[in-house]
Ligand binder design. Structure first.
Ligand code: G1P
Length: 291
């Protein structure tokens, strides 16, 4: 394979309506719901930055502009805080380098594959990352860094995977696994939301991807798949055999913040680990559990 191009861009599909969290998400994008005191999107952007990614491409929709505001400079807030002698450190990660946050719109919700395709002009002709902010990945290093490290070894296309109980596979993209070497598994096939008895394994795609730009051309003329949506998984499946395709088993923890129970789990887990509040939250949790 020729020299590997670095991964400089990440696409964040954030156009979803967030109906599972209504009424909280009526006026607030679900990506801005906080786990303790950081919005979900912030965790994903920080994870991308840790992996050396510079350009964040948000595929947004109507009612989602607050996500972009979050990464802007807040003059009024900052000057008021400064006048009051408050530290601005807490806002550090929310400041983007000028030009590093780019948005495109997905006008109609036709599926994840369609959302990614909407970013094709900005992605251009280089490999890129995809991050689904619903999936909160906690690890050292972070999930995308682990994937970029793997990409630097094998190149091609990579997806992060993890194992779930067999009865849960129908909610996810599932891989047909081939040869295993350390954290890397060869991907022989991919299927989106299969019935449990037809799933090729219990290894599911967990919301992090590094893909070659060819996926955009594959998506271009792709029909609807599972759930009547244009599926990214279907486009990736068509690339297998033509390009290297590997799965990376993430060494870390994953919280499914697209579900309410997962969101509460993430909140509790991260609060318990915080130096400034962990002890207090532990006492509260123990008291509540005794009831
Ligand atoms: C999407 C992908 C699926 C993946 C999942 C991870 O599904 O299509 O392959 O396993 O994200 O969260 P969605 O959750 O959008 O239905």
């Amino acid at each position: 394979m020729s020299e590997k191009k670095p991964i400089r861009k990440a696409v964040f599909p954030v156009a979803g309506l967030g109906t599972r969290f209504l009424p909280a998400t009526k006026a607030i994008p679900k990506e801005l719901l906080p786990i303790v005191d950081r919005p979900l999107i912030q965790y994903a952007v920080d994870e991308a930055r840790e992996a050396g990614i510079e350009q964040m491409i948000f595929v947004t929709g109507r009612g989602k502009t607050a996500i972009v505001e979050h990464f802007d400079v807040a003059y009024e807030l900052e000057s008021t805080m400064s006048e009051r002698g408050k530290s601005l450190d807490v806002l550090e990660a929310t400041r983007a380098t000028p030009g590093d946050i780019i948005t495109v719109r997905q006008q109609v919700p036709l599926g994840l594959g369609h959302a990614i395709w909407c970013a094709r002009a900005i992605v251009g002709d280089e490999p890129f990352a995809i991050m689904l902010p619903d999936e909160l990945m906690v690890g050292t290093p972070g999930c995308m860094k682990q994937m970029v490290d793997a990409y630097n070894e094998v190149g091609g296309n990579l997806i992060s995977v993890l194992e779930v109980p067999r009865e849960e596979v129908s909610s996810y993209g599932v891989i047909d696994p081939g040869a295993v070497s350390g954290a890397l598994t060869e991907v022989l096939g991919l299927v989106e939301k299969p019935p449990v008895d037809q799933a090729p394994s219990n290894k599911i795609i967990s919301g992090r991807y590094i893909l070659q730009p060819d996926v955009m051309r594959t998506l271009e003329n792709q029909g609807k798949g599972a759930g009547g949506e244009i599926q990214l998984t279907d486009a990736m499946a068509r690339m297998i055999g033509h390009q290297p395709f590997h799965a990376v088993t993430f060494n870390g923890r994953r919280f499914d913040c697209g579900s309410k129970a997962g969101f509460v789990e993430a909140t509790l887990a991260l609060a318990l680990e915080r130096e400034d509040m962990g002890e207090e939250v532990r006492r509260i949790a123990e008291r509540l559990l005794k009831r």
